[in-house]
Unconditional design. Structure first.
Length: 362
């Protein structure tokens, strides 16, 4: 098996980028425990539990020599983040089929192909595994660390799902690419909540994606306005990245938006029953927040909307079985009752500028 055979097989399976990284050690790995110690992981306690394996990948597969990193483009021809008081925004990656399933199937196919064509062993991981995926992606030449902490590829941009195969197959390693962010700070400047503390340092606790997906408890009141109209996740730091201005679109139909997840109205979502929520989110990444989490977020979005006609429907949620949905509904009602219907009470919008690439998408 040659490296060329391996990479061609990966592309035949649908991966857009593939590279091979050594196991390390890497200087970036030193930052990870410091990041955890700073509390930037918030309530994501699984990251602490995985720390030992992340720092010592050979423990995952004794005798491992290489990490094969595969990336799949999920960019869509649909517009970048849109703003309209009566609508909500769902992060681009959650519009279609859950990438954990899509990417893992392809990754497991590649791992099986390696084992069928060599005596070597493999272990495949997508996102949830104990690997510093972005570090390996950098040293596999897939892209560089952006200041927003995403992996950016010069030709493909940053709309990338990553998957890794740890293997004892010995392969020539690819060369890391240069950091091409330069002096640009658009992602930092555009973040509505100031989650990117400095280049390459993200405080998850301030990130809209963390708040709307990973945080299970009450959203601190001081953070709610900053969420704006984001129901699940946030794309702003990628929307404004110049390297995404000409990012190609994915041809994979699995990532096309499912009905109800692309720019739905608040009014429409407030009318959904439990079964309808389950139908809409089943098989997508949005299910991670669970229905009660999405409803909690919806209350915040409604409160930020400034749309007073939503008040009658919001009052129904004061009797919801979940305490967080009830308390956030109460907050939303109070906020709307104090708001002006014309000016609204929406949270801060990203600092878009002439370099923001969304104009090419309409």
């Amino acid at each position: 098996m040659t490296p060329e055979d391996l990479k061609q097989k990966a592309k035949d399976l649908g991966f857009d980028l593939v590279g091979v990284s050594p196991l390390g050690p890497f200087p970036e790995a030193v930052f990870y425990p410091k990041w955890l110690e700073s509390g930037y992981a918030g309530e994501m306690q699984y990251l602490e539990r995985q720390k030992a394996a992340k720092m010592e990948p050979a423990s995952i597969l004794p005798g491992a020599r290489s990490v094969i990193v595969c990336a799949m483009n999920y960019n869509s021809s649909r517009p970048y983040t849109q703003y309209e008081p009566e609508r909500v925004w769902v992060s681009r990656y959650a519009w279609g089929e859950d990438y954990h399933d899509t990417v893992k199937r392809k990754l497991q196919d590649l791992a099986a192909w390696i084992e069928q064509n060599s005596p070597q062993r493999t272990k495949a991981y997508v996102d949830t595994g104990p690997l510093l995926e972005r570090v390996y992606a950098k040293y596999a030449g897939v892209g560089w660390f952006g200041k927003n902490t995403c992996i950016i590829n010069q030709k493909t941009g940053s709309w990338l799902f990553l998957g890794c195969i740890v293997t004892d197959l010995e392969l020539p390693y690819d060369t890391p690419v240069a950091d091409r962010c330069g002096t640009c700070t658009r992602c930092i400047d555009a973040c509505p909540t100031g989650a990117i503390l400095e280049p390459y340092v993200l405080d998850s606790r301030k990130c809209i994606a963390y708040t709307t997906i990973e945080l299970r408890a009450e959203i601190p009141e001081e953070d709610r306005a900053g969420i704006g109209h984001h129901l699940f996740g946030c794309d702003i730091c990628q929307d404004v990245c110049p390297w995404n201005r000409k990012a190609p679109y994915s041809s994979n139909p699995a990532f096309e938006p499912r009905h109800g997840l692309f720019w739905p109205t608040i009014d429409q979502l407030l009318d959904l029953n439990q079964d309808e929520w389950q139908t809409m989110t089943r098989g997508t990444a949005a299910k991670r927040a669970k229905i009660k989490g999405l409803l909690r977020n919806l209350m915040v979005v409604a409160g930020n909307s400034g749309v007073r006609k939503l008040l009658p429907k919001l009052r129904r949620f004061l009797k919801h079985e979940d305490e967080h949905v009830r308390s956030h509904a109460e907050w939303a009602i109070q906020r709307l009752e104090k708001s002006d219907e014309v000016n609204g009470a929406a949270g801060p919008k990203p600092a878009l500028n002439s370099a923001e690439p969304s104009g090419a998408r309409f």
